[in-house]
Design a protein around this ligand. Structure first.
Ligand SMILES: [Zn+2]
Ligand SMILES: [Zn+2]
Length: 542
């Protein structure tokens, strides 16, 4: 072991202005610099374990070789001005006897994923593995220490040469195993092409006994046939659904409950019972159980298992290009507006939904009112403005389905909006209508998402109201002359808007523009028109 002075000087070499301001703060740092300028001096004495630093006002600090190992005779528990003075004065007045030496930190790359998993909780692993899908710039500085800065989060984690996660420090001041240590470590490993994502486990402990039981009961249902099926089967399915829930198998639980619901309809001879739906559910559930018994890669396994409820993760920043806003209402009594965005960096569509049930007596959700309201994020923008802007969200909450959550901690700021013609929307862009009919293949286990596309249109060829279906149909033409019908369904609420669109000169005059559409079944519903930096929400912008 190097002696105290040597180790202290290795530590001092690490103490740049940036390092000290990250671990203390700017104000304190400036005050320390000022006091030294005014003539404060420090006297150093090295013992076997620490360095005693006596300031000329009599304050005594004891330092060692790390930023979180200090004591001071003043009442402060945190890093104080005196500690900073003791560090800074040394760098300014002493010739460092030890040369600055680069340490060997290969142990960070050699750690096995099991070693890492042991030090952190499942929740931390889950959160950080999610965040790794998003880029964050790290800055690595090596001396006798390895400092990794997460630039977006203004956090710095320092590792020592000694192979121990326990001796690392973090500027968040948590003593051990904070989430930043894990993120810094994994991002550092990623920078050296050590990937932890596919192998690291997060919650794949499932009960295979339940899977066995389910398989048995489904086999029974198939061999009995519907006609001879005993009614008691429903109770057994109910018990299994609970077991699947407790066995950490959300998709299986949903599958079993779905089957149970169908059988219930069957035994009640309900008109809504459909043999096709029943068989489809049966097959899907059975296939997913077969998949569970296979050795699948973790990511795929997780998809088969499913999730109980959508968990939201915090990511430091997300750039979003708004694609439009769509009001909707369900037959079960929900009303809402869904806002669509394209994230150029992630090349994905994100959504934010503002919705509520309106089946209560005095519950209401007025589209125009909600649309003009201030967004559920900090920053003061209205959703109307958000829906046609180019924005940056900081500290935002996102789930695996690219849904954004309302949160006061999320700060929205506005960027200069690019022209839609210059935004690379990649797989979402359709320039030839013939691509629309080929259909998009969907993974059997993937949850159903809004299928949103951006159409590059030449012009609107026809606008007509179809009495039979009560739909307003817009026939749009692509640059090859192919046509596609877009549907705006008539409801009394939108009657004025539809009448207006039917007669609109502006629609006929549109040339070379873009349309955000949503596909639902075989119909295409337009959401917004885009051209240049402009965007019009078809239903909401009256
Ligand atoms: Zn002090
Ligand atoms: Zn931390």
């Amino acid at each position: 072991m190097a002696n105290v002075q040597e180790r202290f000087e290795q530590f001092i070499a690490l103490c740049s202005e940036e390092y000290l301001t990250t671990h203390a703060n700017k104000g304190l740092y400036k005050r320390a610099v000022k006091e030294i300028e005014k003539g404060t001096t420090v006297h150093y004495e090295f013992s076997d374990e620490y360095v005693s630093c006596t300031l000329d006002d009599g304050t005594l600090c004891q330092l060692q070789d790390r930023i979180d190992a200090f004591s001071c005779s003043c009442p402060s528990d945190n890093i104080c001005k005196h500690v900073l003075i003791a560090i800074l004065y040394y760098t300014q007045t002493e010739e460092l006897v030890t040369e600055e030496r680069k340490g060997d930190f290969t142990w960070l790359l050699a750690l096995s994923t099991e070693d890492i998993s042991k030090h952190f909780s499942e929740a931390q692993l889950d959160e950080v593995l999610f965040r790794l899908h998003y880029s964050e710039e790290i800055e690595i500085r090596e001396s006798g220490f390895l400092a990794i800065k997460l630039k977006e989060q203004h956090i710095e984690v320092t590792f020592e040469e000694e192979a121990s996660l326990g001796s690392s420090t973090c500027s968040c001041k948590a003593k051990e195993s904070c989430i930043h240590r894990l993120e810094a470590l994994l991002r550092y490993r990623l920078a050296y092409h050590v990937t932890d994502m596919p192998v690291m486990k997060a919650d794949v402990n499932v009960s295979m006994d339940v899977v066995e039981d389910c398989k048995r009961i489904l086999t029974e249902i198939i061999s009995f046939g519907l006609a001879k099926l005993p009614q008691g089967i429903c109770n057994r399915l109910e018990v299994l659904a609970i077991a699947a829930h407790n066995g950490n198998l959300p998709n299986l639980e949903r599958g079993i409950r779905g089957l149970n619901g169908e059988l219930d309809l069957f035994f009640k001879r309900h008109v809504r019972f459909s043999k096709e739906t029943f068989l489809r559910r049966l097959t899907e559930t059975y296939v997913s159980m077969i998949a569970l018994e296979k050795e699948l890669p973790v990511e795929q396994m997780k998809q088969v298992i499913g999730r109980f409820k959508s968990k939201y993760y915090t990511i430091p920043r997300l750039e979003l290009y708004a694609l439009g806003a769509n009001p909707w209402e369900t037959r079960s009594g929900y009303r809402g507006i869904t806002y669509y965005f394209y994230a150029p960096e992630e090349k994905q569509i994100y959504t934010y939904t503002d919705a509520r049930p309106v089946y209560y007596e005095d519950a209401r959700f007025r589209f125009t009112e909600q649309y003009r309201k201030t967004a559920a994020w900090s920053g003061g923008m209205t959703m109307h403005d958000v829906s046609k802007s180019h924005i940056m969200l900081r500290n935002c909450k996102v789930n695996h389905e690219q849904r954004l959550s309302a949160s006061e901690e999320t700060l929205v700021s506005i960027l200069e909006r690019q022209n839609i013609e210059d935004v690379q929307v990649g797989p979402y862009l359709v320039t030839d209508w013939r691509q629309m009919t080929t259909g998009v293949s969907r993974n059997l286990f993937e949850s159903k998402r809004d299928e949103v596309r951006l159409l590059q249109a030449k012009k609107i060829k026809d606008i007509r109201f179809e009495q039979a279906t009560q739909n307003l149909l817009l026939t749009v033409e692509d640059k090859h002359g192919n046509t596609l019908d877009l549907t705006i369904a008539y409801t009394e609420e939108w009657a004025d808007r539809i009448r207006y669109l039917e007669k609109s000169r502006e629609l006929w005059d549109l040339r070379d523009f873009y349309i955000t559409i949503q596909r639902y079944g075989t119909a295409y519903y337009p959401i917004s028109f885009l051209k240049g930096a402009m965007l019009t929400n078809i239903k909401l912008d009256v």
